[in-house]
Design a protein around this ligand. Structure first.
Ligand SMILES: Nc1ncnc2c1ncn2[C@@H]1O[C@H](COP(=O)(O)OP(=O)(O)OP(=O)(O)O)[C@@H](O)[C@H]1O
Ligand SMILES: [Mg+2]
Length: 281
């Protein structure tokens, strides 16, 4: 039984209307959604369906026209810009399609940057950034500048940076959008691994069917509304993750997940992937 305190995101009848050339354009038409701590889910849907708009509203980067948003139990309605910024800093990490790394800084400095901006002690930041770079298999690229890294490596640095303040909630918008298939697969594996290892709640907007397919929960948006909200059985999901980890030729320093599944693996019975989606118990 879920208690409210376990909900990290609570969205209630959220609406967003833009005014364009004197005409109102409603792009979110009443979205209601609850996300529990530690969940990992993807948001899919056609271009223009409202995925990014919803993600921006959840991330408090933009305000809804109406409806309620609670983050970690706190009602964001009526908060000032400053209060929202504090809440964001404390709670949320963002990853976007284009990573926006600072070109004149090294990988490790980019990861340390959110902490440097907050004036945190450098030694601790460096140790923590090093550890995160190791987690995204880039320990050996710590002193490289963005121009000295591949696109996939840069995106992994951006992921490490988004996690540097250990946010409870990671919001990602098309994080594999500009990566090739192999690098996308590595990113996918990393999201799963970090979700397990750090317990970070992850909401990932994607057009990447493979990424969506391996998620334990998939929300499909259509015309500003949630069309479907599907959950996969945990056991089936873990089997997918193991398969994807095996399929992806992991780069240097990568390892298959060490965590044992908390449920026995599903045998090749009627529970095979594809039939596995159902409402969570
Ligand atoms: N600032 C804005 N002013 C007016 N209309 C906007 C604005 N931002 C987005 N829209 C419109 O809102 C709709 C939803 O946009 P949104 O960016 O959320 O779509 P999306 O699902 O993320 O699409 P994509 O997959 O292409 O990224 C689109 O039709 C878009 O044109
Ligand atoms: Mg978008």
């Amino acid at each position: 039984m879920t208690t409210d305190s376990e909900l990290i995101v609570e969205v209630n009848d959220l609406r967003k209307t833009y005014t364009q050339d004197g005409k109102d354009l409603e792009v979110l038409k009443g979205v209601t959604l609850r996300i529990e701590k530690g969940e990992m889910l993807s948001i899919v849907g056609k271009s223009g369906a409202g995925k990014s708009t919803l993600l921006h509203l959840i991330g408090t980067l933009d305000r809804p026209s109406s409806g309620r948003l609670r983050l970690s139990g706190r009602n964001t309605e009526g908060m000032t810009g400053g209060e929202l910024a504090l809440l964001r800093n404390e709670l949320i990490g963002f990853v976007f399609q284009f990573h926006h790394l600072l070109p004149e800084f090294t990988a490790i400095e980019n990861v340390m940057m959110p902490g440097i901006i907050r004036g945190l002690p450098r030694a601790a930041l460096e140790a923590s950034a090093k550890e995160l770079l190791d987690r995204v298999n880039l320990g050996h690229r710590a002193t490289h500048r963005p121009s000295e890294m591949s696109g996939g490596e840069q995106q992994r640095v951006a992921l490490a940076r988004a996690l540097s303040m250990r946010p409870k909630l990671l919001l990602a918008d098309e994080p594999t959008g500009n990566l090739d298939t192999e690098n996308s697969a590595h990113m996918n594996e990393l999201f799963s691994k970090l979700n397990r290892e750090l317990g970070t709640t992850m909401v990932i907007v994607t057009h990447n069917e493979r990424l969506a397919e391996q998620m334990p929960r998939v929300i499909t948006m259509k015309d500003g509304q949630i069309e479907k909200d599907e959950r996969k059985r945990a056991s089936v999901y873990r089997e997918d993750i193991d398969r994807i980890a095996r399929d992806a030729a992991l780069p240097e320093g990568d390892e298959a997940p060490k965590d044992e599944p908390s449920e026995p693996a599903v045998t090749a019975s009627g529970e095979a992937a594809g039939e596995g989606r159902e409402d969570a118990p």
